[in-house]
Design a protein around this ligand. Sequence first.
Ligand code: SAJ
Length: 401
Amino acid sequence: MKACFMGLGYIGLPTAIIAAKHGVEVVGVDINPKVVEMTNSGHLHIIEPGLEEMLQEVVKSGALHASTTPEVSDAYFMVVPTPFKGEHKPDISYVESATRAVLSLLKEGDLYVIESTSPIGTTEKMAEIIYAERPELEGKIYIAYCPERVLPGNVIYELVNNDRVIGGINAESTEKAVEFYVQFVQGTLHRTNCRTAEMCKLTENSSRDVQIAFANELSLICDKAGINVWELINLANKHPRVNILQPGCGVGGHCIAVDPYFITADFPEESKIIADAREINNYKSQWCAEKVKNAMLEYELKNHKRPVVAMMGLAFKPNIDDLRESPAKWIVTMVMQSCNNADILVVEPNVETHNVYKLTDYKEAYDKADIVVMLTAHDQFKQLPYNEDKVILDFCGIYKK
Ligand code: SAJ
């Protein structure tokens, strides 16, 4: 069987590689010629441990090749971004253009699957577009939705081992999609309809966002009440039915901080907790930036000199080098803008150089700083001793009890 993956990003590329490794002939399609060129020469354009070796293997064996145009296949996978536009409305235009790009290639018996995170009804909408252009295919092709669930950094393991939810526009489509995924997924494949599968993806990430918002709300309360939030959560979690997540400097990445809006945009009246969670998690970043600015003013008033400030971490979560949609990066920018870029040392040990920030070694920055701001809980930072002579703003629990 031949499969065509539309989109060679953080999910499309690893999935295409894994499918190729399990005996599927794969063409990976991307509009970016550089991505296509790199893929064909066996080089990963994303960072994912262990994946480059696998890419080289499938390119060498001929199981996978990349192209800027789709090719006639038996199955087509839409794995393109679904960002949001103004007022947090989902933008499914990439899914639509990827779908339109394969329209003329579809033939009887083919499978068409959307993996991109999508608002409820997207799969049915794409089915309508396909049938409007190719009415002879109505009821003769299989259309399904199957969201990805992998955690960047652990993709090879999770792509194979995680359970997946598969929902077709009808039972036959679900079965046909299951037949494809069973080739490389060892986790259980759960069958449902496409609307439930779409909502399931949004629910998973909204659930995490709401739980993080609860932890962030606690951190604001505890700050006012003079309670160590890390100790509090640790103690509360000793209850057998309580499992609170960790507060931080906000929620970043391209999934958890985005997907809940796909629910709130369509169901504004009903999605109260989901909307509040988004507000709380966004507010937490503002609150952190204000805390830093206040600490700097206080230091200056008390010591009659400007402090040296170390901003520790730019990545959106611990132990990765991914800075996209990072609350830590946003806070650093806010603080720098309000302080004329003076005396601020920016630290990100997982990145060599940055085109905007001059990066400082984490130990050097910690030693030089009067104020240390812990933004991302990288393992390296946990090795730094707590120095009582410094003002330490620990937003991510480096020194938690
Ligand atoms: N965070 C906290 N406190 C916590 C946990 C996370 O503040 O206790 C923050 C992180 O620092 C980060 C953000 O939340 O800024 C998101 O990180 P994450 O590790 O929760 O999630 P992602 O965005 O890396 O991946 C998520 C995963 N979804 C769930 O765990 C429900 C992953 O399985 C999905 O595949 C991925 O979104 C996606 O692509 O949708």
